[in-house]
Design a protein around this ligand. Structure first.
Ligand code: C5P
Length: 226
């Protein structure tokens, strides 16, 4: 049972720990998220480790810089056989379009507004519309710039689907299987709710990697979304 809709976040400090998670899950999970924590510590070695086990890498480094620097970084990610990569849509249209036009590149997923931010935070940055409107507007920018999808919170899936249509990928963290700890997550959704609402992929970290039995935890999620 290898369901590609589940991405497991390798949010750990140590590459050996990441490797044992991949070893334990690879029979049922094929995509693993590597974030800035593990990548800062190990660099491309950690990409190689995941690829070497026949799995794919979602590199969540949320790039945001001048267009030429980001387009070159996207090219490098392609060279390292990264499956998908995140860019901040706030980097602007030219940064996104230049990245999209890179040959042999990973899938490019846009980050809109970080789920840790609310309307007050946006105001301090001079953005006066509410989070929902800002997210939709940035998702529209991602789509029109030719990106492959966006990362968004589960509560935004439906509105984004309406805005961008069915083909665009919608990738959703903030997922909690029914009955599990919510950690600091405030507005959570179950795996099934997120997939039913139109998520292409769900990203799950702690409910799997901190479980006593990560394989069993992942299997329960897969069973739920089958
Ligand atoms: O909460 P959990 O451990 O499942 O988080 C998995 C991933 O989802 C994290 O690596 C983080 O990048 C992302 N996340 C997010 N927004 C949140 C919480 C987590 O994007 N509010």
């Amino acid at each position: 049972m290898k369901n590609n809709k589940l991405i497991v976040a390798l949010d750990v400090d140590d590459i050996k720990e990441a490797e044992s998670l991949v070893d334990g899950l690879q029979s049922i999970v094929s995509i693993f998220k590597i974030g800035s924590r593990l990548f800062t510590a190990y660099g491309p070695e950690v990409i190689k480790m995941v690829n070497g086990k026949g799995c794919r890498v979602f590199l969540d480094l949320k790039y945001h810089d001048i267009p030429t620097v980001i387009a070159d970084s996207v090219r490098m990610a392609g060279r390292h056989d990264v499956f998908a990569l995140t860019l901040h849509t706030l980097g602007g249209r030219e940064m996104l379009e230049r990245s999209v036009s890179v040959e042999s590149r990973p899938l490019l997923w846009g980050v809109t507004v970080l789920t840790s931010m609310n309307n007050e935070d946006l105001k301090t940055m001079g953005v006066n519309r509410d989070v929902g409107e800002e997210v939709l507007s940035l998702a529209g920018l991602a789509r029109s710039a030719g990106m492959d999808g966006v990362v968004c919170s589960a509560r935004e899936i439906e509105a984004i689907r309406k805005e961008v249509g069915g083909q665009f990928m919608v990738v959703t963290p903030g997922i909690r299987p029914a009955g599990s700890a919510e950690d600091e997550q405030k507005r959570v959704m179950t795996p099934k709710q997120a997939i039913t609402k139109g998520a292409t992929y769900i990203v799950v970290g702690r409910p799997v990697i901190k479980a006593d039995n990560p394989h069993e935890a992942a299997e329960n999620i897969l069973r739920e979304i089958e």
